[in-house]
Design a protein around this ligand. Structure first.
Ligand SMILES: [Ca+2]
Ligand SMILES: [Ca+2]
Length: 83
């Protein structure tokens, strides 16, 4: 599940499962290869043409396919402005 920090879902970023209607969907599927400690979350950054400070959000896995990474895991992400 992703959680807003200073970055707001549907304003600054979105997830592939969200079709933009109804309440924002915050679940996202990521993958960490066996034995690795890094992986990818397919978050999409929304380009808004606003000049903004660096923004952040967090993600908390609810289950893991990587038994060597004990839950809870707390991931943080930073969006660097490009305007
Ligand atoms: Ca933004
Ligand atoms: Ca921006």
């Amino acid at each position: 599940m992703v959680k807003d920090g200073t970055a707001l879902i549907r304003k600054d970023y979105t997830v592939p499962n969200d079709d933009g209607t109804g309440p924002a969907i915050r679940s996202i599927d990521g993958f960490i290869e066996p034995g690795k400690t890094t992986g990818d979350l397919p978050v999409r950054i929304l380009d808004d043409n606003l000049k903004e400070p660096t923004e952040t959000f967090t993600a908390t896995p609810h289950h893991s396919n990587a038994p060597h990474l004990p839950l809870p895991l707390h991931l943080s992400a930073t969006i660097t402005d490009n305007d």
